[in-house]
Design a protein around this ligand. Sequence first.
Ligand code: SF4
Ligand code: SF4
Length: 353
Amino acid sequence: MFIWKKGFNYFDTSYAYHNGTSETAIKKAVVEKYPRESFKICDKMPTWALTSEEDNEKFVNEMLERLGIDYFDVFFGTTLTDHGLKMQKKTNTFEYVKKMKEEGVARKIGFNFHDKADLLKEVLEEYVDMFDIVQLELNYLDWEDPAIEAHKCYDLCVEHDLDVYVMEPLKRGVIVNPNDEIKKDFKEFNGEKSIASFAIRFCASLEHVKIVLSGMSNMADMLDNCDTYENFEPLSKEESEFLDKMAQKLADNLAVPCSECGYCVDACPEMIPIPEYFNLYNTSKNQPESNIYRLYFDKLCDEKVPADECTYCGTCLDYCTQKIDIPEELEKVVEHFQEGSAHTVKKPSFLIH
Ligand code: SF4
Ligand code: SF4
């Protein structure tokens, strides 16, 4: 297998990925073909699906069966937000995951963290010595962002001597799809290196970071990632300072700091595709000349649920990993596209008030 030869052998999956088919796909593509010790599998407890303490065991057994393995190399107890912490306490999931490690069902344990430093501090103090890893949303855009506090969260992990695994090193594509001015800045700074390679090196240069999970959507992305690691160089001071400036420029152009994690979508009783609206809104701010207005009306309002069907019920707020005031931002999205569309496309009748 190509990636094996390049030294990649870590497979990150979950009960829910790809509508529940990810674990079975890994079983067929990896587990049934290669010796167990030659690869590592990370899986995660579907805390959102647990209704009782007994469910911990039920789901773990099902996940092991789907994967065709008898132990996990890494197992994450929960996706931790304030809401997730309350949920795991009801089902005693952390204690169950600790038992998994003691019994050899999981070799290393940890949790996905999606909240601010105060909560991480509280969790690490309460469950001190239980975990090996914290998986953090970490990238140079979120590093000093007060809504995410990636830097502070990383420092807490260092203080507790925990390994850090990184999710969202490219902030779901926001970092690698900047406006033309930022693209030009990167080209002038170093035209030989991709924007993604800087973002990955930012994360992988941090001493406690052991794994960086980067989203790749095509072969070119994968080759670029392989090249970054094969010829890995920690960020220089000059590169670090350049990325600080780019982070500021990106932040100035970002309308909503949505990471497109999607947790709000299942919570919304109106089934509004919230991250898709925020994505278009951000793109529209960066690329005002694009065909974005038509996408908004035709692909989202028409084919899915219009953003102005938000009832302000507030259910989504508990689920947002970025602490975004979703109903307020959706209102801005609607205003932005309605105003902009007056100059570009004819508004559909259901949006004319
Ligand atoms: S406040 Fe709006 S977006 Fe949030 S859950 Fe309610 S209807 Fe959905
Ligand atoms: S609005 Fe919040 S919960 Fe929803 S996708 Fe964006 S970051 Fe995630």
